[in-house]
Design a protein around this ligand. Structure first.
Ligand SMILES: [Zn+2]
Ligand SMILES: [Zn+2]
Length: 148
């Protein structure tokens, strides 16, 4: 779900890290590359397995840093393993279908008209409690074909 070029993503991640005093190290570059080319959010283990030179401990540590600076989003399912993807600002806005049994996640997009009316409804609801909406999340929960 990438809309920016690799170079643009790298530039944005580097600047997010820099703002918080972090370096865009080789490991972090590798993690961003893996997430950029992935078709769906990945678990820690899937990320480690995707690259020979990635070690479990350093993947975990660096994903945390990337999440902290807002470059990576951690998606929590009711499964014991979180999944990671590049943050919405670095990719195309999208939603998730989550299997509540195995935790597998599939990305999907809503039609633009639906996005607009969803945002409109959220803003209306929020204005009643003087709340400002910046973004939204919407997940479909159910059972994947493998778990059915
Ligand atoms: Zn499943
Ligand atoms: Zn949306």
């Amino acid at each position: 779900m990438a809309s920016l070029s690799k170079a643009d993503v790298d530039e944005q991640v580097a600047s997010l890290l820099r703002e918080k005093g972090h370096r865009y190290s080789n490991t972090r570059r590798m993690l961003v590359r893996v997430l950029l080319t992935a078709e769906k959010p990945l678990t820690n283990n899937q990320i480690v397995e995707s690259h020979d030179s990635l070690a479990q401990s350093s993947v975990y540590r660096n994903l945390n840093v990337l999440e902290e600076v807002g470059a990576v989003t951690r998606i929590v399912t009711n499964n014991e393993f979180s999944r990671y993807e590049l943050a919405d600002g670095l990719t195309e806005h999208h939603h998730h279908i989550i299997c509540t049994s195995c935790g597998d996640i599939t990305d999907f997009s809503l039609p633009l008209t639906l996005e607009k009316s969803l945002n409109q409804s959220l803003r209306t609801a929020a204005s009643k409690v003087r709340f400002t909406i910046d973004q939204h999340r919407f997940d479909g929960l159910g059972t994947c074909v493998a778990c059915q």
